[in-house]
Write a protein that binds this ligand. Structure first.
Ligand code: ACM
Length: 663
């Protein structure tokens, strides 16, 4: 990076010679400006917590999760052109990838240059933002892994791979026109044509004619036949090719939409990839999904995605025949849902930044970062999702992961809580308190807002990662525990979540989804709602053995926030190890139910947590390819499909960022 006269740079080198679990960071601030800066304190965010080592001359002034403000003794000062070495710091988690280190930083002081120890964040003044260089490592990383060659396989290019493909021939058709019958199929035809128009602007004219428009020379003719009642599953379809014509037999809208996506995929790949046998002239494609629940989970709490981006994620799911979008709307780092009577949730809890109740985190800098959704945004998503057969599953994460809510609505805290816990992400105030009077009206309002705005069949209520000792310092929680005959973190969490489950099922009349902890604790019983086991396959097996209805998302297969390989510069988290394309594509949830299982696998879900995906481009990096692989596992027969085809189709797959698409 060339030095400018305006920049202060932060360079980080992790020494991993003693292993990634014992990584030591050395930070260097370089003053490329022509002015003296200081005295100052350094504010930074990172993925791993950084703890100043003995004798480093550095002390922590403030830490909230991965927001750190550190001061020097003597105070930090930077002369023009000078470099200042800070540290060593010990990494609080194993360091395996460059993105684990600092990703945003700035320098602060107080008005009047009084050092800021014990001074509230709001009174510190931002001196300058710091340019953060990519984190380096010793020893040097090895070569990047070689990507497998993606030779396009011959034949139809469809993803997910259908149940039965027996086709031949090579049609020049590159576009489809609808011959009828009138009425029955037009809403679905229009929905898929609109989908194609949004995903591939300009290609819709090429791929699907408007309903009612007659066929031109290059168009194949589609005739839709309704299957007699009871002869086909809802999402099933049969495509019979005959020259330039195709007869599509379906029983219901879901099957028709899926069949039309197949037809659009066929001509699109013929156009963009080319090769032999892309659009058949004879034979049959029979199709039906393996699993009822084919999910994508998206965390819009840690990294906000605009309403338009969320709408596009519905499209990305539908193109891959996924039919559930689980929206993680609240977490420590941000609250995104409007709740009547609680404007602070979105006015305060949706925004991070210097001096705010929620500080900069996860690479956001001092400027305000965040946002929330309106009722109109959500109504727009629902219209789109309904048209495409995608069910939105909103989540309010309870009782933990509540830092932003508690920062925005202080009445939710027990004023006498002496605290003493720390969540796995490093928050010390992030658990709702069942003994505080304001809590239950708040829960009714928040979950009621979810029910009103989304009108969902399921509300996901979280239940994950309650920190040990969460309520030990709270007299109000202690009294509540005695009244309810429970004790300890697990006992209180189970009783709290049982109350939340009851609220959703009895008062709101919706079914419930939870993360594994809430089912393991008994808050959600077997046969009630569904559970998403996430830490590993072991939790999937345990919950199936206990009789639960499971949407499988074991991290080592389904967590797409995890790195795809072990190379230093590959971005992502890595607590579950690397999740390469092969790991996603070879996942078979049925294997988890093999021994003694009495529960059932409803389906599977790809999960994208957003600690390391602040931009749409980064979302694409994590999703494209591995999401295609999991979509195939959710839809196709076990073992069907192949990686070369997944890789080929991933190269032309629609993305969230509209860059990188073929012209
Ligand atoms: C989770 O990943 N905490 C559900």
């Amino acid at each position: 990076m060339s030095a400018t006269t305006e920049t202060v740079r932060l360079e980080t080198v992790f020494d991993r010679t003693a292993g990634p679990d014992a990584a030591i960071a050395r930070l260097t601030l370089v003053n490329d400006t022509n002015r003296r800066i200081g005295p100052f304190e350094l504010a930074l965010t990172s993925i791993v917590p950084l703890v100043p080592g003995e004798g480093s001359g550095v002390r922590v002034v403030e830490r909230v999760s991965v927001y750190h403000v550190v001061a020097g003794d003597p105070a930090f000062v930077l002369e023009p052109g000078a470099a200042l070495e800070l540290g060593p710091f010990t990494a609080g988690f194993p360091v395996r990838h460059a993105n684990d280190g600092p990703s945003a930083a700035y320098l602060v002081d107080l008005a009047g240059n009084v050092l800021a120890e014990d001074v509230p964040r709001a009174q510190r003044r931002v001196l300058t933002e710091v340019e953060v260089a990519p984190c380096a490592t010793t020893p040097e990383p090895g070569p990047a892994p070689v990507a497998p060659p993606a030779r396009p396989p011959d034949g139809p290019l469809v993803l997910p791979w259908p149940d039965r493909v027996e086709v031949a021939g090579e049609s020049p058709v590159r576009r489809w026109a609808l011959a009828g019958p009138d009425g029955f199929c037009e809403p679905e035809w229009t929905a898929v044509r609109d989908l194609v128009a949004r995903l591939f602007p300009g290609e819709d004219e090429r791929l699907l004619a408007a309903a009612g428009e007659s066929a031109d020379d290059r168009a194949g003719v589609v005739t839709v036949v309704r299957a007699p009642a009871g002869t086909m599953a809802e999402a099933a379809s049969r495509l019979r090719f005959d020259g330039d014509a195709v007869e599509v037999t379906v029983a219901a809208a879901a099957g028709l939409r899926a069949a039309l996506v197949t037809l659009a995929q066929l001509v699109r790949a013929a156009d963009l990839v080319g090769g032999p046998g892309r659009v058949p002239t004879s034979g049959v494609i029979e199709d039906a999904p393996r699993y009822e629940w084919r999910g994508l989970h998206l965390d819009v709490a840690r990294s906000f995605r605009t309403a338009d981006e969320v709408a596009r994620v519905i499209d990305l799911a539908a193109w891959r025949k996924l039919n559930r979008l689980h929206l993680h709307l609240t977490d420590d780092e941000g609250w995104r849902l409007p709740v009547l009577g609680y404007p602070a949730l979105t006015d305060i809890g949706a925004w991070r930044g210097h001096g705010r109740a929620v500080p900069p985190l996860l690479g956001s800098g001092p400027e305000p970062t965040g946002g929330s959704y309106t009722a109109a945004d959500i109504a727009g998503w629902r219209r789109r999702a309904d048209a495409l057969g995608v069910v939105m599953v909103p989540e309010i994460d309870l009782p933990g992961h509540g830092f932003a809510a508690l920062a925005a609505v202080p009445d939710l805290r027990d004023p006498d809580d002496a605290g003493g816990y720390r969540s796995v992400q490093g928050f010390t105030t992030n658990v709702l308190n069942p003994g505080v009077d304001a809590t239950w009206p708040f829960l009714r309002a928040a979950l009621g807002a979810v029910a009103d705005l989304f009108d969902p069949p399921w509300i996901h209520v979280g239940g994950d990662e309650v920190p040990a000792g969460a309520w030990d310092g709270s007299p109000a929680a202690g009294r509540w525990a005695v009244e309810h005959g429970v004790s300890g973190t697990d006992g209180i969490a189970a009783a709290f979540m049982a109350g939340v489950v009851d609220l959703v099922r009895t008062d709101l009349g919706r079914e419930v989804g939870v993360w594994e902890e809430a089912a393991a604790s008994g808050a959600l019983g077997p046969g009630e709602g569904y559970v998403v086991p996430w830490q590993s396959s072991k939790e999937c097996r345990d919950l199936l053995a206990a009789g639960h209805t499971v949407v499988a998302a074991p991290a080592e297969r389904c967590y797409l926030d995890q790195v795809s390989d072990d190379h230093w510069t590959t971005p992502g988290l890595s607590w579950a190890g690397a999740v390469p394309l092969e790991a996603a594509h070879t996942f078979d949830p049925a294997e988890l139910a093999a021994v003694g299982g009495v529960g059932s696998v409803l389906g599977l879900q790809a999960c994208l947590w957003s600690e390391v995906t602040p931009t749409a481009e980064r979302v694409d990096d994590q999703l494209v390819g591995r999401l295609d692989a999991l979509a195939e596992r959710a839809w196709s027969p076990p073992g069907a499909g192949d990686l070369d085809r997944v890789a080929t189709l991933a190269s032309i797959a629609p993305r969230l960022a509209r860059t990188g698409l073929p012209a």
